[in-house]
Write a protein that binds this ligand. Sequence first.
Ligand SMILES: [Zn+2]
Length: 265
Amino acid sequence: MRKRYASFTSWPQEPLPSVDDLVKAGFFYSGKKTIVTCFYCNGSLQNWGQKDNPMIEHARWFPQCAYARQLCGDELYRRIQESKRVARERTEANQTNTFFLSDISENSNKTTSANRDTPDSQQLLITDEAALSRLVAARLDLPISQDLLSKNFKLSIIKRCYEDQLRLKNNDFVSDYDLFLACTILQKQIQYIDGKKENIIIPSVHMKKMRELIEKEAKEGSEMDSLTNELGTLNSPASSIKTNTVRNIEKEIKDKQKLQSNIEN
Ligand SMILES: [Zn+2]
């Protein structure tokens, strides 16, 4: 926070929101015009009116910023988002209805009072590595990070989880529990690998080995099949021999019977 105060030394001496309010709302001064940037979400706002409330504008334009949200509290945050929705609906209605000219100008005044530098996306603005490390540092100060540290998660692991999340998803963890899970998984991976390269499982390589093993087993299986087939071919002559023998015996018996009847006759 002291760093944020220090950034405002060249803040223009004009009717603008107080440095106190801007700093408390999470902003530091970019040094250009009236552009201030949030230390937490990296969102920038400018064109301030004297009566603008930095905290409310912060939550209005950067609803994804968890810092702004916790500053406002749930109830105020909800009301800000609700009024934003109503204003947007009114603007949309005005685009097709020219009777509400006064409303249009009212709305456009509101939006120019704190113009966004960014499109209205739900993602964080991470422009470079410096911005990333600043955002990560801001998150490491959070109570949840301190809580994880006290649960024996290493600082390097928590830091790495934030970095990966911000870099890959451009957004915060949905919940503290998601962060906890990410840290747990990363910690387990590191424990399993145990600093040894050969313990690293690369999915593609591992899958190839698995496939080869399955193919080998399948091949051995088919060898077994051909063996049973051979047995099968052996079986058929054997059975034909058997039947021949039976037939011969039957013939012998018949012959004997014939002989007997001949003798009797
Ligand atoms: Zn923010």
